[in-house]
Design a protein around this ligand. Structure first.
Ligand code: ZN
Length: 199
């Protein structure tokens, strides 16, 4: 297992469309485990493979801390592993909510998205699943599937808000931001940091 550095804006891999996974290999299982550890270390609730420099169509989502807190349950909600995911239905109803992204440290903005989706994906046993989800889970899945299509969440905010965010995005682009998890910025040789774990 390993904690991988998270690639930041605007590494070219973050603009790439992911390639479908054809077989479940030991290498893929190890990679998914590393993604889960990387997401957990960064206190993230979702991570797409290209955020750690990989082209495969894989994403992980983990709302367990939020859900377990809400339910006051001791039963751990497992993370969801999405292999070759695709959204097959979007609701007409939309909602606005603030989003952040591990590849865009320090930047948050409000994004309008469909409230409900139907999503199809494979798990690590290559079993196919179809789920209808709403609320935060729907939003996180849409955010991660955008990554697998080479799309940042700020591409979905209004032109005005995007212009306002430009200085912040520029600093991220230049590697002039820090985070509590290891970063890989293509523009800075000093951007990889391994500080204490935040909890
Ligand atoms: Zn993101």
């Amino acid at each position: 297992m390993a904690i991988l550095p998270i690639y930041t804006y605007d590494h070219p891999v973050l603009k790439q469309v992911a390639k479908p996974v054809e077989n479940i290999t030991d290498d893929l299982i190890q990679f998914v485990n590393a993604m889960l550890e990387t997401m957990n270390n960064a206190d993230g609730i979702g991570l797409a493979a290209n955020q750690v420099g990989d082209e495969r169509a894989v994403a992980v989502v983990d709302l367990s801390e939020l859900e377990d807190e809400k339910k006051k349950s001791k039963i751990k909600t497992p993370p969801i592993i999405l292999i070759n995911p695709r959204i097959t239905l979007f609701s007409e109803e939309t909602s606005d909510s603030e989003e952040g992204c591990l590849s865009l440290p320090t930047y948050r903005d409000s994004v309008n998205r469909p409230e409900k989706i139907q999503i199809q994906f494979f798990d690590l046993q290559m079993h196919e699943h179809t789920l209808e989800v709403e609320g935060l889970l729907s939003r996180v899945m849409q955010h991660e599937l955008d990554h697998l299509q080479g799309k940042y969440f700020f591409e979905r905010v209004s032109a005005v808000r995007r212009a306002m965010a430009h200085p912040k995005l520029r600093r991220i682009q230049l590697g002039q931001v820090e985070a509590d998890y290891p970063l890989f910025s293509p523009k800075s040789l000093t951007s990889s940091r391994f500080p204490k774990k935040r909890k």
